[in-house]
Design a protein around this ligand. Structure first.
Ligand SMILES: *[C@@H]1O[C@H](CO)[C@@H](O)[C@H](O)[C@H]1NC(C)=O
Ligand SMILES: *[C@@H]1O[C@H](CO)[C@@H](O)[C@H](O)[C@H]1NC(C)=O
Ligand SMILES: *[C@@H]1O[C@H](CO)[C@@H](O)[C@H](O)[C@H]1NC(C)=O
Ligand SMILES: *[C@@H]1O[C@H](CO)[C@@H](O)[C@H](O)[C@H]1NC(C)=O
Ligand SMILES: [Zn+2]
Length: 956
């Protein structure tokens, strides 16, 4: 499953670890972690192995389900449905009852017959929901009756249910068609534990079975599912699908709708893209991308796609980003529909990567299931890696790994810097615990760790390992050992030497949480260096005994070759090693971790930092862009955690006037935005802005504010970052140019290039009149394009006027407007994260309307948005007035059903961290930027004097 998109990347990074997190990045990333808005809640859940068992007994196992569902959703969105499921089950050990799952289903009647024939026996269904187990227990009238071992039975259950309206299970969605009429559809979202809402079943991922699905619906509607239609058995209003291969229950899907589609075929595999009528012309990119990506993946794995067809469908209401139902993946519309004229490259990149993510699951998760949810990373980590790798293979010119580095990789490093960081493999049982695993560890970290090993062991070994894993375990369920064994075998097959058992090396990354810090000390006399490893946290005095098997390599100034990323050295679960044959001279810089593919941070001695800075200022392009980005990102962490002086970071940033690549500018943007968050109310803020303008000026002029045809994606992304930084720094031309573009749109409809809209709207709204604000606000309310709506929501939060912002945030609870449920929670975050006015307006809004806000349909399960928004807000509190106001809000909502007991503690933690941040960092930062400003004033005077001097000299 792709993660929930909360609000662009700004939220992605700010929610992660409150005060210590990053801020706005201009590219918005596809869906991320469901519950990341409240990292503190996660810590509260520590399942124990001795907890009562939530797992199904293993005495019976299913092999086939025949499911027949009847829905009248065409009838004005009628929610009632009825179902009959016949489960073929094998008895492993003799038993007097069968236990399966059900959720929110009613009116069961059941019977069982021997598969070999004989009388039907009435079965007594009882629902046992003790502690939320959701067990449907099927027992017999005759209490002495048992099902003997090694027998096979057909269990038939009739039941009734209602389509849900919270985007989970078998649910109702709707949209407005071209004539303005409301249209309804019924669709599914089962991961992790919602298949049991559509039909009683063994709802665990390892309990695979074949499914034969029949859907009765109005003849004017069509039904699609995992498999093609069984033409012989299908009649008008009764759609029967071919039987699936064996698969986990959560991957079953069906959609009953009036959707239309576009189709294509590559290598004998037919593919279709479905969405509501009126969007047909936006299906083509997803179709061609889907074909391209599927081909790249099946070639890479050396394992063909397993089903006879592959469909992708865009659903108007969708909780996650997308879902990998086998043969029928489902998406939010914004991750599927691409308008060739009006969509942004951000939308295009999202569609390409989200579709690649779901396609990769067709192998990782679908063909090879996970044995249990504790191994969620075993499918999500691969999907995260291949959402990039498949796109890189399909569109090498996109250089997608720079955006991976700026996105998933950075968010993983930040989130993982906590002493409480959970390991990738993490024991869970209950549905509520399973839901908490959809976090940056399962996605971003696992993807980054897998990519590290792909580079360290070489792509050849890794690819062969995956082929082994997929072929040995197909149609079965696997755990991490199956993967490690398959990679270990590949290393032997390829004669690839490694310093320890691959199984141990990989397990050191999956069975302990956290990220390593490598500390490098050079000996400038003999050219050697030592490396120490420890766990990295933002507290420099934190000590832990964690050790990893760490692959690494390095480049040096006199041989700056960053191409080969294979590991040349390892820290073999040892605290310290020294490296002797280095070729280093005292004048060379040394940089570990070529292309920054290893998952760790690296600190150097001060002389090496000086050499690196000098190298960057003189010849930045000698160092790989991802390394340049990581140097900035690491130094920010080291400076703000007291490991290096602030001057080390600030001096290094002065190379930026010569930087023209995306990943480093994205890292710089994060640093600048974070500093800005703390300092924007400072008396010496002007000096900070001056510094920012000095860094960005030159490249801003070079990139300009016009989107040009034929440019590479990264050029366009970089331009957006530069505009964001330049306007933040108060660069006059930036503010004038963006305002003029927005005004021209309002005045005479001069279109803004799609790729520049987010920056133009945001910066243009900062000092906009009500007319301009209303223009953009109405544009949001009128738009039927979900990607555009997201962009406008994010931009409206930039408004600088309290009344305008009040109107904006109040629309979240106004159910008479056209906002979708999934959008209603996304208005506050862009508002409170953009500055004091937005923060105070958001607090006031919630003070008055918290009950209404808290009771908005909480379709995503888990933490209520009221709770998570308050916690996220607290990460922006930097002065006493803000602190008091927020506390008033916390006192008001405390004890209500919408917030948990941890609210006060989470808020305090964030607010205190900010206070501490200011105590530690404000002084050194401000002192440095003030003297920088004074110094450059002095410098320009002296240059002026010099020029004058030369000039006069010449005259004479
Ligand atoms: C059923 O088997 C699985 C896999 O071996 C195991 O993890 C699970 O705990 C078993 N269920 C019960 C109730 O013991
Ligand atoms: C179950 O049966 C009762 C009584 O006939 C009925 O009122 C109820 O609506 C049924 N439940 C569902 C989900 O249809
Ligand atoms: C069930 O699926 C397996 C492959 O997963 C296949 O071998 C078997 O024939 C299928 N059974 C039916 C009844 O289609
Ligand atoms: C792009 O948007 C404009 C303005 O809304 C519209 O007139 C035009 O038809 C759209 N282009 C496409 C290809 O849909
Ligand atoms: Zn996924």
């Amino acid at each position: 499953m792709s993660r929930v998109h909360i609000y662009g990347a700004a939220l992605l990074l700010t929610v992660l670890l409150a005060a210590t997190s990053q801020a706005a990045v201009v590219r918005t990333f596809p869906p991320f972690e469901r519950l990341l808005e409240n990292p503190n809640a996660r810590v509260a859940i520590t399942p124990r192995a001795d907890e009562d068992n939530y797992r199904l007994p293993n005495d019976t196992i299913p092999s086939h389900y025949a499911i027949e569902l009847t829905t009248n959703v065409h009838n004005n969105g009628e929610t009632k449905f009825t179902g009959i499921v016949t489960i073929t089950l094998d008895v492993v050990t003799e038993t007097n009852k069968i236990v399966i799952h059900a959720r929110q289903l009613e009116n069961f009647t059941a019977s069982i017959t021997r598969s070999t024939g004989g009388d039907s026996i009435t079965v007594k269904p009882t629902y046992d929901n003790t502690d939320g187990r959701e067990f449907l227990v099927l027992s017999f009238e005759d209490e002495t009756f048992t099902l003997p071992a090694d027998s096979t039975w057909l269990l038939t259950i009739n039941y009734e249910g209602n389509l849900r309206t919270d985007n989970g299970g078998f649910y109702l969605s709707s949209y407005t068609d071209e004539t303005g009429a409301t249209k309804y559809l019924a669709t599914t979202q089962f991961e992790s534990t919602d298949a049991r809402h559509a039909f009683p079943c063994y709802d665990e991922p390892s309990k695979r079975a074949n499914f034969t699905i029949t859907i009765k619906h109005d003849p004017t509607y069509n039904a699609i599912s995992n498999m093609p239609i069984d033409e012989e058995k299908t009649t008008s209003g009764v759609t029967v699908f071919q039987t699936t291969v064996n698969m986990p229950s959560y991957l079953v899907a069906f959609i009953v709708s009036e959707f239309v589609y576009t189709e294509g075929e590559l290598n004998g595999l037919p593919q279709r893209v479905f969405s509501r009528k009126g969007t047909e012309h936006e299906q083509e990119f997803a179709l061609t991308n889907g074909m391209l990506v599927e081909k790249r993946l099946s070639d890479y794995f050396g394992v063909p796609f397993a089903l006879p067809k592959l469909d992708q469908a865009g659903i108007p209401d969708f909780a996650a980003g997308a879902m990998e139902n086998w043969g029928l993946a489902t998406y939010r519309e914004e991750y599927l529909l691409y308008n060739t004229e009006n969509s942004t490259i951000n939308t295009q990149t999202n569609i390409a990567t989200v579709e690649a993510h779901e396609d990769a699951h067709m192998w990782f998760g679908d063909l090879v299931a996970i044995e249990w949810w504790s191994y969620l990373w075993l499918k999500e980590g691969f999907a995260t890696l291949f959402e990039n790798l498949a796109v890189d293979l399909a569109y090498p010119e996109w250089d997608i790994f720079q955006t991976f580095h700026a996105g998933s990789y950075q968010s993983a490093l930040i989130y993982d810097a906590s002493p409480n960081a959970r390991p990738m493999t993490y024991f869970v049982q209950k549905p509520a615990e399973i839901a908490l695993l959809y976090d940056s560890v399962s996605y971003a970290k696992a993807g980054s760790v897998l990519d590290m090993w792909r580079h360290a062991l070489t792509n050849t070994v890794f690819q062969r390992g995956l082929h082994n894993y997929l072929t040995f375990n197909q149609y079965k369920a696997a755990n991490e050992s199956h993967l490690f064994d398959a990679i270990a075998l590949a290393a032997r097959e390829e004669n690839h030497a490694v310093p320890a058992l691959i199984v141990d090396m990989l397990a050191s990354w999956t069975n302990q949480g956290g990220v390593p810090l490598l500390t490098v000390e050079r000996n400038y006399n003999d050219g050697t260096f030592t490396i120490k490893q420890e766990a990295y946290t933002n507290d420099k005095d934190y000590e832990s005994s964690k050790l990893w098997y760490i692959p690494f390599n390095f480049a040096i100034q006199s041989n700056p070759d960053f191409r080969n990323t294979e590991a040349t050295h390892y820290l073999v679960k040892e605290a310290e090693i020294s490296v002797n044959e280095t070729g280093l001279t005292a004048a060379d810089w040394l940089i570990l971790n070529k292309q920054s593919t290893g998952y760790y941070r690296i600190n150097y001695d001060s002389e090496n930092w000086r050499l690196i800075t000098e190298g960057l200022i003189n010849r930045p392009h000698k160092i790989s862009p991802r390394n340049r980005a990581q140097l900035i990102s690491d130094l920010y962490r080291f400076a703000t955690s007291g490991r290096v002086p602030h001057a080390t970071l600030l001096n290094l940033l002065t190379y930026l006037p010569n930087e023209d690549q995306y990943a480093p500018w994205s890292a710089a943007n994060t640093v600048i935005t974070l500093f800005n968050r703390y300092l924007s109310g400072d008396s010496e803020y002007k000096n900070f802005q001056f510094f920012v303008r000095e860094l960005v000026n030159q490249q801003f002029d070079k990139f300009g504010v016009n989107d040009l045809k034929g440019e590479q994606h990264l050029v366009k992304y970089t331009r957006n970052v530069l505009i964001s930084i330049a306007c933040l720094g108060g660069l006059e031309s930036c503010l004038t140019d963006t305002t003029a573009k927005l005004q021209a749109l309002v005045d005479d409809g001069t279109a803004i290039e799609p790729n520049l809209q987010s920056q133009v709207y945001c910066n243009g709204l900062k000092k906009a009149s009500d007319d301009v604000f209303d223009f953009v606000y109405n544009k949001l309310m009128d738009s039927n394009d979900q990607a555009e709506r997201r962009l406008l929501i994010s931009a409206l939060g930039c408004a600088g006027d309290a009344n305008q912002l009040k109107k904006f945030v109040s629309s979240s609870i106004d159910e008479s407007n056209g906002l979708r449920t999934q959008e209603r929670y996304t208005l506050l975050s862009p508002t409170y994260s953009r500055g004091e006015v937005g923060l105070l307006t958001s607090i006031e809004f919630l003070l008055e309307n918290w009950e209404k806000y808290g009771s908005l349909n909480a379709g995503f399960g888990g933490v209520n948005p009221l709770h998570s928004d308050i916690v996220s807000m607290s990460a922006y509190v930097v002065n006493d007035n803000q602190k008091e106001k927020l506390q008033e809000l916390v006192d008001t909502v405390k004890g209500s059903e919408y917030v948990s007991d941890t609210l006060q503690a989470s808020v305090d933690a964030n607010v205190n961290a900010n206070t501490e941040w200011l105590t530690e960092n404000r002084e050194p930062l401000m002192t440095w930027v003030s003297s920088y400003r004074a110094g450059s004033a002095a410098l320009s005077t002296s240059i002026f004097a010099l020029v004058l001097c030369l000039f006069t000299a010449k005259l004479l």
